[in-house]
Design a protein around this ligand. Structure first.
Ligand SMILES: NC(=O)c1ccc[n+]([C@@H]2O[C@H](COP(=O)([O-])OP(=O)(O)OC[C@H]3O[C@@H](n4cnc5c(N)ncnc54)[C@H](OP(=O)(O)O)[C@@H]3O)[C@@H](O)[C@H]2O)c1
Length: 311
Protein backbone atom coordinates (compact mmCIF):
# COMPACT_ATOMS: atom_id res chain seq x y z
CA UNK A 1 0.00 0.00 0.00
CA UNK A 2 1.95 2.99 -1.24
CA UNK A 3 0.92 6.63 -1.02
CA UNK A 4 -0.59 8.08 -4.20
CA UNK A 5 2.08 10.73 -4.20
CA UNK A 6 5.58 9.32 -3.89
CA UNK A 7 8.94 11.08 -3.84
CA UNK A 8 11.07 11.30 -6.99
CA UNK A 9 14.62 11.41 -5.69
CA UNK A 10 16.62 12.12 -8.85
CA UNK A 11 17.06 15.84 -8.16
CA UNK A 12 18.45 15.34 -4.66
CA UNK A 13 21.34 13.28 -6.09
CA UNK A 14 22.81 16.68 -6.86
CA UNK A 15 24.99 15.86 -9.87
CA UNK A 16 22.52 16.12 -12.75
CA UNK A 17 20.21 18.68 -11.12
CA UNK A 18 22.05 21.68 -9.76
CA UNK A 19 20.90 24.46 -7.48
CA UNK A 20 19.80 22.40 -4.46
CA UNK A 21 21.68 21.35 -1.36
CA UNK A 22 21.61 18.44 1.04
CA UNK A 23 20.11 20.41 3.92
CA UNK A 24 17.18 21.45 1.76
CA UNK A 25 16.79 17.92 0.35
CA UNK A 26 16.81 16.30 3.80
CA UNK A 27 14.21 18.79 5.02
CA UNK A 28 12.02 18.04 1.98
CA UNK A 29 12.30 14.28 2.53
CA UNK A 30 11.49 14.61 6.25
CA UNK A 31 8.52 16.86 5.50
CA UNK A 32 7.20 14.37 2.95
CA UNK A 33 7.29 11.49 5.43
CA UNK A 34 5.75 13.65 8.17
CA UNK A 35 2.86 14.39 5.78
CA UNK A 36 2.21 10.68 5.20
CA UNK A 37 4.15 10.02 1.98
CA UNK A 38 5.47 6.46 2.23
CA UNK A 39 7.10 5.71 -1.13
CA UNK A 40 10.42 6.98 -2.48
CA UNK A 41 11.93 6.31 -5.90
CA UNK A 42 15.70 6.62 -6.05
CA UNK A 43 18.49 5.00 -8.11
CA UNK A 44 22.12 3.98 -7.70
CA UNK A 45 22.91 6.36 -10.57
CA UNK A 46 21.39 9.45 -8.91
CA UNK A 47 24.52 11.31 -7.81
CA UNK A 48 26.46 8.00 -7.79
CA UNK A 49 24.66 6.77 -4.68
CA UNK A 50 24.23 10.15 -3.02
CA UNK A 51 20.45 10.18 -3.44
CA UNK A 52 20.26 6.68 -1.93
CA UNK A 53 22.37 7.80 1.03
CA UNK A 54 20.08 10.75 1.80
CA UNK A 55 16.96 8.62 1.36
CA UNK A 56 18.34 5.87 3.62
CA UNK A 57 19.30 8.37 6.32
CA UNK A 58 15.80 9.85 6.46
CA UNK A 59 13.99 6.52 6.22
CA UNK A 60 16.08 5.01 9.05
CA UNK A 61 15.64 7.97 11.36
CA UNK A 62 11.87 8.20 10.66
CA UNK A 63 11.15 4.89 12.36
CA UNK A 64 8.13 4.60 10.03
CA UNK A 65 7.30 2.21 7.23
CA UNK A 66 8.57 3.89 4.11
CA UNK A 67 8.87 1.81 0.95
CA UNK A 68 12.02 2.40 -1.06
CA UNK A 69 12.42 1.72 -4.76
CA UNK A 70 15.81 1.93 -6.44
CA UNK A 71 17.32 0.96 -9.79
CA UNK A 72 20.25 -0.91 -11.31
CA UNK A 73 22.02 1.41 -13.77
CA UNK A 74 22.92 0.07 -17.22
CA UNK A 75 26.49 -1.27 -17.06
CA UNK A 76 27.34 0.47 -20.35
CA UNK A 77 25.99 3.76 -18.90
CA UNK A 78 23.69 4.27 -21.89
CA UNK A 79 20.28 5.79 -21.29
CA UNK A 80 17.98 4.79 -22.97
CA UNK A 81 18.77 1.17 -23.90
CA UNK A 82 19.79 0.90 -27.57
CA UNK A 83 18.42 -1.78 -29.87
CA UNK A 84 20.98 -4.41 -30.83
CA UNK A 85 23.04 -4.20 -27.62
CA UNK A 86 22.99 -7.53 -25.79
CA UNK A 87 22.16 -7.94 -22.12
CA UNK A 88 25.74 -9.00 -21.33
CA UNK A 89 26.83 -5.40 -21.93
CA UNK A 90 23.98 -3.87 -19.94
CA UNK A 91 22.64 -6.17 -17.20
CA UNK A 92 24.78 -9.30 -16.71
CA UNK A 93 23.65 -11.48 -13.78
CA UNK A 94 26.58 -10.76 -11.44
CA UNK A 95 26.34 -7.02 -12.09
CA UNK A 96 22.65 -6.86 -11.09
CA UNK A 97 23.49 -8.64 -7.82
CA UNK A 98 26.50 -6.41 -7.08
CA UNK A 99 24.62 -3.17 -7.79
CA UNK A 100 21.82 -4.28 -5.48
CA UNK A 101 24.35 -4.95 -2.73
CA UNK A 102 25.88 -1.50 -3.28
CA UNK A 103 22.42 0.10 -3.08
CA UNK A 104 21.74 -1.72 0.20
CA UNK A 105 24.99 -0.32 1.61
CA UNK A 106 24.15 3.20 0.41
CA UNK A 107 20.66 3.01 1.88
CA UNK A 108 21.77 1.32 5.11
CA UNK A 109 18.68 -0.87 4.93
CA UNK A 110 18.43 -4.67 5.08
CA UNK A 111 16.18 -4.96 2.04
CA UNK A 112 14.95 -2.99 -0.96
CA UNK A 113 11.18 -2.91 -1.42
CA UNK A 114 11.34 -2.50 -5.18
CA UNK A 115 14.40 -3.11 -7.37
CA UNK A 116 14.10 -1.91 -10.98
CA UNK A 117 16.22 -2.14 -14.10
CA UNK A 118 16.91 1.48 -15.06
CA UNK A 119 16.40 0.83 -18.79
CA UNK A 120 14.65 -1.89 -20.76
CA UNK A 121 15.05 -3.44 -24.19
CA UNK A 122 12.39 -5.99 -25.19
CA UNK A 123 15.06 -7.95 -27.09
CA UNK A 124 16.23 -9.24 -23.68
CA UNK A 125 12.98 -10.92 -22.84
CA UNK A 126 14.25 -14.50 -23.16
CA UNK A 127 17.68 -13.84 -21.60
CA UNK A 128 18.20 -15.53 -18.28
CA UNK A 129 20.44 -12.87 -16.65
CA UNK A 130 17.69 -10.55 -15.44
CA UNK A 131 15.26 -13.40 -14.76
CA UNK A 132 17.68 -15.35 -12.56
CA UNK A 133 19.04 -12.24 -10.84
CA UNK A 134 15.55 -11.04 -9.91
CA UNK A 135 14.55 -14.51 -8.74
CA UNK A 136 17.70 -14.93 -6.61
CA UNK A 137 17.39 -11.44 -5.09
CA UNK A 138 13.81 -12.12 -4.11
CA UNK A 139 14.65 -15.54 -2.69
CA UNK A 140 17.49 -14.10 -0.58
CA UNK A 141 15.13 -11.46 0.89
CA UNK A 142 17.35 -8.60 -0.32
CA UNK A 143 14.57 -7.44 -2.63
CA UNK A 144 10.80 -7.75 -2.16
CA UNK A 145 9.43 -6.73 -5.54
CA UNK A 146 10.99 -6.22 -8.98
CA UNK A 147 10.20 -4.02 -11.93
CA UNK A 148 11.50 -2.12 -14.89
CA UNK A 149 11.81 1.58 -15.61
CA UNK A 150 10.92 1.90 -19.28
CA UNK A 151 12.82 3.87 -21.88
CA UNK A 152 11.53 7.41 -22.41
CA UNK A 153 8.24 7.55 -24.31
CA UNK A 154 8.22 3.80 -25.06
CA UNK A 155 5.35 2.47 -22.94
CA UNK A 156 4.63 -0.44 -25.27
CA UNK A 157 8.13 -1.85 -24.79
CA UNK A 158 6.81 -3.52 -21.62
CA UNK A 159 3.80 -5.33 -23.04
CA UNK A 160 5.54 -8.65 -23.68
CA UNK A 161 7.51 -8.37 -20.45
CA UNK A 162 4.33 -8.04 -18.41
CA UNK A 163 2.95 -11.17 -20.03
CA UNK A 164 5.89 -13.17 -18.59
CA UNK A 165 4.47 -12.63 -15.09
CA UNK A 166 8.04 -12.05 -13.85
CA UNK A 167 7.78 -8.38 -12.87
CA UNK A 168 5.63 -6.61 -10.30
CA UNK A 169 5.81 -3.00 -11.53
CA UNK A 170 6.57 -0.70 -14.42
CA UNK A 171 7.80 2.88 -14.21
CA UNK A 172 6.74 5.01 -17.16
CA UNK A 173 6.57 8.63 -18.30
CA UNK A 174 2.96 9.72 -17.88
CA UNK A 175 1.86 13.33 -17.83
CA UNK A 176 -0.47 15.79 -19.59
CA UNK A 177 1.90 15.91 -22.58
CA UNK A 178 2.63 12.16 -22.84
CA UNK A 179 -0.66 10.32 -22.41
CA UNK A 180 0.41 7.35 -24.55
CA UNK A 181 0.52 4.72 -21.74
CA UNK A 182 -3.29 4.94 -21.63
CA UNK A 183 -3.58 3.16 -24.96
CA UNK A 184 -2.14 -0.30 -24.28
CA UNK A 185 0.14 -0.32 -21.23
CA UNK A 186 -2.35 0.79 -18.57
CA UNK A 187 -5.17 -1.58 -19.55
CA UNK A 188 -2.71 -4.50 -19.48
CA UNK A 189 -1.32 -3.43 -16.09
CA UNK A 190 -4.84 -3.32 -14.68
CA UNK A 191 -5.63 -6.73 -16.12
CA UNK A 192 -2.42 -8.29 -14.72
CA UNK A 193 -2.34 -6.38 -11.43
CA UNK A 194 0.97 -4.67 -12.21
CA UNK A 195 1.93 -1.63 -10.13
CA UNK A 196 2.45 1.59 -12.10
CA UNK A 197 4.87 4.35 -11.09
CA UNK A 198 4.02 7.46 -13.11
CA UNK A 199 7.28 9.34 -13.53
CA UNK A 200 8.14 12.88 -14.66
CA UNK A 201 4.62 14.21 -13.96
CA UNK A 202 5.79 17.77 -14.61
CA UNK A 203 7.72 16.97 -17.80
CA UNK A 204 10.95 17.92 -16.01
CA UNK A 205 9.40 21.20 -14.83
CA UNK A 206 7.56 22.26 -18.02
CA UNK A 207 4.17 21.42 -16.51
CA UNK A 208 4.81 23.48 -13.40
CA UNK A 209 4.46 26.58 -15.61
CA UNK A 210 7.88 27.82 -14.50
CA UNK A 211 9.79 27.26 -17.75
CA UNK A 212 9.83 30.33 -19.97
CA UNK A 213 12.02 31.69 -22.76
CA UNK A 214 13.98 33.48 -20.04
CA UNK A 215 14.74 30.38 -17.91
CA UNK A 216 18.46 29.79 -17.43
CA UNK A 217 20.19 26.61 -16.32
CA UNK A 218 23.79 25.92 -15.45
CA UNK A 219 25.43 24.18 -18.46
CA UNK A 220 26.05 21.09 -16.30
CA UNK A 221 22.39 20.90 -15.26
CA UNK A 222 20.43 18.21 -17.11
CA UNK A 223 17.72 20.75 -17.91
CA UNK A 224 20.06 22.89 -20.03
CA UNK A 225 20.15 19.84 -22.36
CA UNK A 226 16.45 18.97 -22.02
CA UNK A 227 15.21 22.51 -22.67
CA UNK A 228 17.88 23.40 -25.23
CA UNK A 229 17.52 25.43 -28.42
CA UNK A 230 14.02 26.54 -29.22
CA UNK A 231 12.39 24.21 -26.70
CA UNK A 232 11.77 26.75 -23.92
CA UNK A 233 9.72 28.84 -26.33
CA UNK A 234 7.74 25.77 -27.43
CA UNK A 235 7.06 24.89 -23.78
CA UNK A 236 6.01 28.42 -22.92
CA UNK A 237 3.53 28.48 -25.80
CA UNK A 238 2.10 25.03 -25.03
CA UNK A 239 1.69 25.87 -21.35
CA UNK A 240 0.05 29.22 -22.16
CA UNK A 241 -2.49 27.41 -24.38
CA UNK A 242 -3.09 24.86 -21.63
CA UNK A 243 -3.67 27.58 -19.04
CA UNK A 244 -6.06 29.40 -21.37
CA UNK A 245 -8.16 26.24 -21.71
CA UNK A 246 -8.05 25.68 -17.95
CA UNK A 247 -9.29 29.18 -17.10
CA UNK A 248 -12.07 28.77 -14.54
CA UNK A 249 -10.84 25.33 -13.39
CA UNK A 250 -9.90 25.37 -9.73
CA UNK A 251 -6.27 24.68 -8.75
CA UNK A 252 -2.77 25.64 -9.86
CA UNK A 253 -1.15 23.90 -12.83
CA UNK A 254 1.20 21.64 -10.77
CA UNK A 255 -1.78 20.39 -8.77
CA UNK A 256 -3.77 19.70 -11.94
CA UNK A 257 -0.75 17.95 -13.49
CA UNK A 258 -0.49 15.55 -10.53
CA UNK A 259 -4.24 14.96 -10.31
CA UNK A 260 -4.22 14.19 -14.04
CA UNK A 261 -1.84 11.27 -13.34
CA UNK A 262 -3.81 10.10 -10.32
CA UNK A 263 -7.10 10.20 -12.20
CA UNK A 264 -6.13 7.08 -14.14
CA UNK A 265 -7.03 3.98 -12.12
CA UNK A 266 -3.93 2.09 -13.35
CA UNK A 267 -1.56 4.52 -11.60
CA UNK A 268 -0.39 3.25 -8.20
CA UNK A 269 1.75 6.27 -7.35
CA UNK A 270 3.00 9.42 -9.04
CA UNK A 271 6.58 10.42 -8.19
CA UNK A 272 7.27 14.14 -8.62
CA UNK A 273 10.81 15.36 -8.06
CA UNK A 274 10.73 17.89 -5.23
CA UNK A 275 13.69 19.36 -3.42
CA UNK A 276 11.79 22.17 -1.73
CA UNK A 277 9.55 21.74 1.30
CA UNK A 278 6.92 24.07 -0.18
CA UNK A 279 6.71 21.80 -3.24
CA UNK A 280 6.34 18.73 -1.00
CA UNK A 281 3.46 20.40 0.85
CA UNK A 282 1.68 21.38 -2.37
CA UNK A 283 2.19 18.00 -4.02
CA UNK A 284 1.10 15.87 -1.08
CA UNK A 285 -2.00 18.06 -0.74
CA UNK A 286 -2.86 17.42 -4.42
CA UNK A 287 -3.71 13.81 -3.65
CA UNK A 288 -6.29 14.94 -1.10
CA UNK A 289 -8.24 16.70 -3.88
CA UNK A 290 -9.09 13.41 -5.62
CA UNK A 291 -9.35 12.63 -9.32
CA UNK A 292 -10.15 15.38 -11.84
CA UNK A 293 -13.70 15.64 -13.19
CA UNK A 294 -14.32 14.16 -16.67
CA UNK A 295 -14.86 17.67 -18.08
CA UNK A 296 -11.31 18.70 -17.09
CA UNK A 297 -9.81 15.42 -18.33
CA UNK A 298 -11.48 16.09 -21.70
CA UNK A 299 -9.71 19.47 -21.88
CA UNK A 300 -6.35 17.90 -20.97
CA UNK A 301 -6.72 15.19 -23.59
CA UNK A 302 -6.38 17.86 -26.27
CA UNK A 303 -3.01 18.96 -24.87
CA UNK A 304 -1.13 15.72 -25.50
CA UNK A 305 2.15 16.63 -27.22
CA UNK A 306 4.28 14.07 -29.02
CA UNK A 307 7.97 14.91 -28.60
CA UNK A 308 11.18 13.46 -27.22
CA UNK A 309 13.35 16.09 -25.54
CA UNK A 310 15.60 13.37 -24.08
CA UNK A 311 17.13 12.68 -27.47
N1 LIG B 1 14.68 6.66 -16.42
C1 LIG B 1 14.11 6.76 -15.23
O1 LIG B 1 13.90 5.78 -14.56
C2 LIG B 1 13.72 8.12 -14.71
C3 LIG B 1 13.94 9.26 -15.49
C4 LIG B 1 13.50 10.49 -14.99
C5 LIG B 1 12.86 10.55 -13.74
N2 LIG B 1 12.67 9.42 -13.00
C6 LIG B 1 12.01 9.45 -11.68
O2 LIG B 1 10.87 10.31 -11.75
C7 LIG B 1 11.00 11.35 -10.78
C8 LIG B 1 10.28 12.60 -11.25
O3 LIG B 1 10.88 13.15 -12.40
P1 LIG B 1 11.84 14.43 -12.35
O4 LIG B 1 12.24 14.69 -10.94
O5 LIG B 1 12.89 14.21 -13.35
O6 LIG B 1 10.89 15.62 -12.92
P2 LIG B 1 9.43 16.18 -12.59
O7 LIG B 1 8.88 15.49 -11.39
O8 LIG B 1 8.65 16.16 -13.85
O9 LIG B 1 9.75 17.72 -12.26
C9 LIG B 1 10.56 18.09 -11.17
C10 LIG B 1 10.62 19.62 -11.13
O10 LIG B 1 9.36 20.14 -10.71
C11 LIG B 1 9.57 21.07 -9.64
N3 LIG B 1 8.37 21.02 -8.76
C12 LIG B 1 7.96 19.97 -8.00
N4 LIG B 1 6.80 20.26 -7.37
C13 LIG B 1 6.47 21.52 -7.73
C14 LIG B 1 5.38 22.37 -7.42
N5 LIG B 1 4.40 21.99 -6.63
N6 LIG B 1 5.38 23.62 -7.97
C15 LIG B 1 6.35 24.04 -8.80
N7 LIG B 1 7.42 23.27 -9.14
C16 LIG B 1 7.47 22.01 -8.62
C17 LIG B 1 10.81 20.59 -8.94
O11 LIG B 1 11.39 21.66 -8.22
P3 LIG B 1 12.34 21.43 -6.91
O12 LIG B 1 13.17 20.21 -7.22
O13 LIG B 1 13.15 22.67 -6.89
O14 LIG B 1 11.46 21.25 -5.72
C18 LIG B 1 11.66 20.15 -10.15
O15 LIG B 1 12.28 21.28 -10.73
C19 LIG B 1 12.51 11.50 -10.61
O16 LIG B 1 12.86 12.23 -9.46
C20 LIG B 1 12.92 10.04 -10.58
O17 LIG B 1 12.61 9.46 -9.33
C21 LIG B 1 13.08 8.20 -13.49
Amino acid sequence: MVSEVGYGAWGIGGKQWLGGDDRESLAALRKAIALGLNFIDTALAYGDGHSEQLVGQVVRESGQTVYVATKVPPKNQLWPARPGIGIQEVFPYRYIIECTEQSLRNLGLDHIDLQQLHVWNPEWIQQEDWRRAFEDLKRSGKVRFVGVSLNDHQPDSALELIETGLIDTVQVIYNIFDQSPEQRLFPLCQQRNIGVLARVPFDEGALTGQITRASQFHPADFRSFYFRGDRKRQVEERVAALKRDLAGVEGELPEIALRFCLSHPAVSTVIPGMRKEKHVEANVAASERGPLPESVLAILKKHAWEKNFYS
